[in-house]
Design a protein. Structure first.
Length: 231
């Protein structure tokens, strides 16, 4: 199906009740800031909106009844999954582009190009805390228990911070140097894995030591995905 606009976001699916049945939809966002939600089997348009009017290139975050995404207009958007109506939008103003959002079910976390990490209340869209001491951008995740924020800093360090306050509990030196590239962070068996621009996959073990796992030469590592136990 053609949208008439370049699709610039990653695609995500969501459970939805449509035409009196439980089904699935696919979310696609464009360079013009439009968000489309199509029923995945018939490709009928459930809704679309154009709140942003600026490019959306991050990965939308789908929750039970909400979709969260950021755009190049420096806003974080929270829209209703079933109707596409705007619940709220938030911006720090002149902070630069925002990362893909992550959430622990209470707060939404984003980082920005000015090196600040911000927690926003999921229901109200109000700022809870905002800090730049961890020097993180784009490489964020939440622990499986939703209590800690995991951050790969832009230079050398991996940070474990309290999600409620943003206070850093642990700052672990890994030695990957200056690395502005985004990287996914995985939690497996209470340990954390991430890739870096030096071509190394690192593991933060249960003793908070940073251990190189695999060296990929000059290949920058940006994504990791768990495909089963210890794989």
């Amino acid at each position: 199906i053609g949208l008439g606009e370049p699709i610039t976001s990653q695609l995500v699916t969501a459970d939805v009740h449509y035409n009196d049945k439980d089904t699935k939809g696919v979310v696609a966002a464009t360079s013009n800031g439009s968000v489309y939600f199509y029923e995945i089997y018939s490709f009928e348009l459930i809704w679309m909106n154009n709140f942003s009017k600026e490019m959306i290139e991050t990965k939308p975050l789908v929750l039970k009844d909400k979709i969260l995404f950021t755009a190049r207009d420096e806003y974080l958007y929270n829209i209703d999954l079933n109707s596409g109506v705007l619940n709220w939008k938030w911006s720090a103003r002149n902070s630069g582009n925002l990362s893909s959002p992550v959430t622990n079910g209470k707060f939404v976390f984003v980082s920005s190009t000015d090196k600040y990490i911000t927690a926003i209340d999921l229901l109200q869209g109000t700022q809870v805390w905002r800090k730049n001491e961890h020097r993180g951008y784009e490489s964020l995740n939440i622990t499986n228990d939703n209590q800690k924020l995991l951050i790969k800093s832009l230079s050398d360090y991996f940070v474990i911070a309290d999600a409620s306050t943003g206070k850093g509990d642990k700052k672990i030196k890994c030695g990957f140097g200056n690395d502005p590239n985004p990287s996914s962070i995985l939690e497996i068996n209470n340990e954390y894995l991430f890739g870096a621009g030096d071509g190394v996959i690192y593991r933060i073990d249960i003793n908070s030591k940073c251990i190189p796992v695999l060296f990929m030469g000059n290949a920058r590592i940006t994504t990791l995905e768990s495909v089963g136990d210890n794989m």
